[in-house]
Design a protein around this ligand. Structure first.
Ligand SMILES: Nc1ncnc2c1ncn2[C@@H]1O[C@H](COP(=O)(O)OP(=O)(O)OP(=O)(O)O)[C@@H](O)[C@H]1O
Ligand SMILES: [Mg+2]
Length: 236
């Protein structure tokens, strides 16, 4: 899993959130992360490079990065913002053999599920092998009674067409909204100490609560990443 593209033509499915907190920190030291965004977007702080794609050729921007990462065997994560997904996908598809995994997150929302289906179908139609495509259920309620059947069409498609739906979900949590404006990753937050001097809290009660949440998220992310690795192993 050296080179991962996270994409979905649907907006707000959690691509950048998962790239920053889930994938990049687990892909190994030195992972180079590229965010491809619309012309007016602000650079994404977690990305090593933000390409503001405005209709000009991606060959000038993305291609040298692909070549450099391949030559130096550097892990590469590409987060494709939905506003430029069509062009980026068209650029990437001819070189899909260079990409190990296409991760496609979707929340259990009717429009997102529909768009995800169209997105995955497009990848398959363009020749991406089904075993390289993994749908990730993001924003799933903790209560297992909720969201039952929401992903049915994507699961049916997976069993018919051979792509995967990751069994471990990423849950919906208001903590993500809070994380959105913060520079740290959940991993960085989780590693901060609770206590500097024994018995004397180093942080306020609110901060301690955030760190506890970050630690819980790290467990969820670790499990989901292990699930991703197992899928890749099983498909190899
Ligand atoms: N599991 C989750 N639970 C709650 N909120 C979430 C979750 N995942 C993402 N979000 C929130 O959804 C919003 C959109 O997330 P994000 O920017 O990662 O989406 P995106 O797919 O990258 O969007 P775009 O297509 O515009 O690039 C953010 O406010 C983020 O905090
Ligand atoms: Mg994004």
């Amino acid at each position: 899993m050296k080179r991962i593209v996270i994409s979905n033509r649907s907006g707000n499915t959690g691509k950048s959130t998962l790239a920053k907190h889930w994938l990049k920190p687990r892909m190994g030291a030195g992972t180079f992360c590229v965010a491809i965004e619309g012309r007016n977007s602000t650079p994404l702080a977690y990305a090593d490079e933000t390409i503001r794609h405005s209709g000009n050729s991606l060959y000038d921007t993305l291609e040298p990065i692909l070549i450099r990462c391949r030559a130096s065997d550097t892990p590469l994560l590409i987060d494709v913002g939905s506003s430029c997904e069509a062009r980026v996908t068209d650029f990437l598809l001819p070189v899909h053999s260079f990409i190990d995994l296409f991760v496609v997150p979707s929340m259990p929302d009717v429009k997102q599920i529909h768009d995800t289906w169209v997105h995955v179908s497009h990848l398959l139609d363009q020749g991406v092998p089904a075993k390289k495509i993994v749908v990730v259920r993001n924003g799933v309620e903790y209560d297992p009674e909720c969201d039952v059947g929401a992903y049915e069409i994507l699961e049916k498609g997976a069993s018919d067409l051979g792509y995967s739906v990751l069994s471990r979900p990423i849950h919906w949590d208001v903590f993500f909204r809070y994380l959105y404006g913060r520079a740290e990753t959940t991993g960085e937050m989780a590693r901060l100490p609770f206590l500097t001097v024994p018995g004397k809290p180093a942080v306020s009660e609110d901060e301690a609560y955030d760190r506890k949440s970050a630690i819980e998220f790290e467990t969820m992310f670790d499990r989901a990443y292990a699930g991703l690795q197992n899928l890749v192993k099983a498909q190899a």
